[in-house]
Write a protein that binds this ligand. Structure first.
Ligand code: ADP
Ligand code: MG
Length: 717
């Protein structure tokens, strides 16, 4: 082989070529998921010990955490009366001695041999006059010198030490020196983006001279990970746009104008902006593929209707798919009322206009009605069809589906998104060429996700954001209720609201382990409240195991104010719209995530009366940054950012990562700027070279490093 060494070549070199890797070591490495040199090089250190920051043993102070690098001098093990093993080691440096004890970690005796250099991190205590660390974190660093020592992920079972790994990595990198490592990112780009080259990055991540060098190395390698992902996403987006022809919709037609003029409120600036973003896509010759993010209540429905009307204007149809029957019915009710009386210009009609026809298709309608509906759908008599996944079933044929809207996207998979789009795909012959036309697709979600996350998870879509609430809403007041006393004051308030004709939701404690237990918990809560705090009020119960007609009946009673309080599980999380409900109680709120609490809270505050939300935690001592955040803010995007922070690393794949998996370094939280940079770079590359013909190596690396699972993941969730 000649030329610079590619990652592909590295992946073809077995670790056994490395000095010191024999049969046994090879097996141990395999347990780490390392079988070839590439995997070895991409097994990045877990942390880096800056030896200039280490303490000397004589500097240790009881009660204060510290890192020391010491030599193991004596190891002993004994078993206590109640059969606990205790491994005690004596360690020290030139300044003094220290004891470390490990409880129930018998393998430490084998791990910590006399003479080894180890980094120990822990809080020393004074025990019988001697400083002692209990169960400190220990890293074997061996006799590696250098100011910054890499510490590799270690497992107690595999007997590979961090310094052996470092030695092999060094050996591997040394052997690459002569030919040099190939860098798939053009030098011009590297310079412009101020990234270090790949060789420097690999040396720098494993053996940094300074912490800054390590940062730069990490930045480059994380950029590469993100670039691969973005090239895939942007590539798919472009391929989709190139492969299919869209409909050039009429966006300045009478229908949209009449609609906007007829709605009983003025559009918010955000709605106007988003409608015009969408109109631009609709009018364009390629199919739209856009995500509309907007918090609960931000007015997405109007936007969706406006888009569907553009289709109807040109003689096509619109479809709106919702994840549940309740939601589909609600959409049907609100869309029908928004469109009531709207006339469609119709050339065939003597009077020039006809009534617009909106229909609902769910699995609940009778088969006779269904037949009739499907017939009219196929002959163009239905303008807008609303429904559940029933829309994508066999036998549903549109005359010409022009705009497909999918609500609450996180409940649908990519396949379903594609299935609805397929309903509108048709092949037309044009100059003896077959051309595939696709409908425009608008995906709506009420789950705000931070911009950078959207770029990754929905990276194949364009994104519009409704970031403004319609005026005239009274913000929801949120309270954190901890302890019995404040709880009882809260129930007083709920009863008070009911006395004024307002309604309340009570969300039952979440039990993740089992659906059955969850239902039992809801039933218990319902019975208990009916006997105690909410005695005398009319209570209803709603949970996921009820039949849909039972659910309906209860929802209808609640909507018609036949019930004061709806005790429910998270089935009410999405879409339920009852403006007269002003109280939301969430029990054991600390068990829910931020996004879920935000969705639940969005069930109130939908009318003119001020609403309140109480987040109840039974333990008065519990501290929850999540609940604090909800009390502080009702802004979904802000909360999504907080959520990302609190969930710590915010890894993109958030699946178990082992062996070959890409995206080891990049994180949504830390690398926002890098994600944007990678996306912009991906656009630059794909725009100039849509099939990566002259970026062969990038394509190879994607094939090598992004497993099909990971690619799938990017399009799911
Ligand atoms: P989303 O689906 O985004 O949660 P909806 O589309 O259901 O929100 O709108 C919530 C409520 O706000 C509806 O009752 C709707 O009629 C109303 N609404 C929408 N846009 C406006 C506006 N610009 N001004 C006043 N009310 C609006
Ligand atoms: Mg909605």
């Amino acid at each position: 082989m000649t030329g610079k060494i590619t990652l592909h070549e590295l992946a073809d070199i077995d670790v056994e070529v490395l000095k010191g890797v024999g049969e046994k070591r090879k097996e141990s490495l395999a347990e780490y998921g390392i079988t070839n040199v590439l995997e070895l090089l991409m097994n990045y250190p877990r942390k880096w010990v800056d030896r200039t920051n280490e303490a000397r043993v004589s500097d240790l102070v009881a009660g204060q955490e510290a890192l020391v690098i010491v030599e193991v001098r004596k190891v002993s093990k004994f078993t206590t009366k109640n059969r606990r093993t205790v491994v005690t080691i004596q360690v020290g440096d030139e300044s003094g001695r220290l004891t470390a004890v490990f409880f129930n970690q018998p393998w430490r005796e084998r791990q910590l041999k006399v003479g080894l250099q180890v980094a120990m991190f822990g809080k020393p205590d004074l025990y019988r006059g001697v400083l002692q660390m209990s169960n400190p974190l220990v890293d074997l660093i061996g006799d590696r010198t250098g100011r910054i020592v890499p510490i590799y992920p270690q497992s107690e079972k595999t007997q590979v030490s961090t310094w052996e790994l470092a030695t092999w990595v060094e050996n591997a990198l040394e052997r690459c020196r002569e030919r040099g490592l190939s860098d798939p990112v053009p030098t011009e780009l590297i310079n412009r983006l101020e990234l270090v080259d790949r060789t420097a990055a690999l040396w720098g991540i494993h053996f940094p001279e300074t912490m800054l060098a390590k940062q730069n190395a990490r930045r480059r390698l994380a950029f590469d990970e993100l670039l691969r992902v973005q090239v895939v996403l942007v590539g798919r987006k472009r391929a989709f746009e190139l492969d299919s022809t869209g409909i050039r919709h009429i966006v300045d037609g009478k229908l949209q104008q009449r609609f906007v003029a007829a709605i009983p409120f003025a559009l918010t600036a955000a709605q106007q902006r988003v409608i015009s973003e969408i109109n631009k896509d609709l009018a364009a010759p390629h199919p739209m593929h856009r995500l509309l993010q907007g918090d609960v209540g931000s007015g997405k429905t109007v936007v969706a209707v406006s888009a569907m009307l553009a289709a109807v204007q040109g003689g096509h149809q619109g479809a709106l798919m919702a994840p549940t029957e309740v939601l589909a019915e609600q959409h049907f009710a609100s869309v029908s009322s928004l469109l009531a009386g709207l006339l469609v210009p119709d050339a065939k009609n003597l009077f020039g206009d006809r009534q617009l026809r909106v229909e609902l298709l769910t699995s609940r309608i009778t088969s006779e009605r269904r037949r009739e509906l499907l017939r009219d759908l196929a002959n163009g008599g239905v303008d807008i069809l609303i429904g559940t996944h029933a829309l994508i079933q066999e036998g549903v044929e549109f005359s010409s589906l022009g705009v497909a809207v999918i609500d609450e996207q996180h409940r649908f998979g990519v396949e379903q998104r594609a299935a609805l789009r397929n309903k509108g795909e048709s092949t037309v012959s044009q100059n003896s060429e077959k051309i595939l036309t696709s409908p425009d697709v608008l995906v709506m979600t009420a789950t705000p996700i931070p911009r950078t996350a959207a770029m990754t998870v929905y990276g194949d879509l364009d994104v519009s954001v409704l970031d403004e609430m319609p005026p005239g809403r009274t913000p929801i007041k949120t309270f954190w209720i901890a302890g019995k006393k404040s709880e009882s004051a809260m129930w007083d308030e709920v009863r008070g609201a009911a006395a004024h004709g307002q309604q309340a939701f009570v969300v039952c404690p979440l039990i993740e382990e089992s659906d059955k237990l969850q239902v039992a918990s809801a039933e218990d809560t319902f019975k208990l409240l009916a006997k105690t705090e909410l005695k005398g009020l009319k209570l209803g119960l709603l949970h996921g195991r009820m039949s849909s007609s039972e659910k309906d009946e209860t929802m209808n009673k609640f909507r018609n104010r036949k019930l004061d309080v709806l005790v429910a599980t998270t089935v009410i999380e999405v879409g339920v719209d009852v403006p007269n409900a002003t109280c939301m109680v969430v029990l054991d709120a600390d068990r829910f995530g931020i996004a879920q609490l935000h969705q639940l809270r969005g069930r109130v505050g939908r009318g003119v009366i001020a609403s309140r939300c109480w987040l109840v935690t039974s333990d008065p001592e519990v501290s929850s940054a999540r609940i604090d955040a909800l009390v502080e803010s009702t802004d979904g995007f802000y909360l999504a950012e907080v959520d990302l922070e609190l969930r710590g690393e915010g890894t993109i794949m958030n699946t178990a990562q082992k062996g070959r998996s890409d995206l080891k370094l990049a994180s949504l939280r830390q690398d926002r700027d890098l994600i944007e940079l990678a996306r912009a770079t991906a656009f630059e590359i794909i725009n100039a070279d849509p099939t990566l013909k002259s970026h062969n190596e990038i394509r190879e690396e994607i094939d090598l490093l992004l497993t099909p699972d990971e690619e799938e993941f990017l399009f799911k969730n």
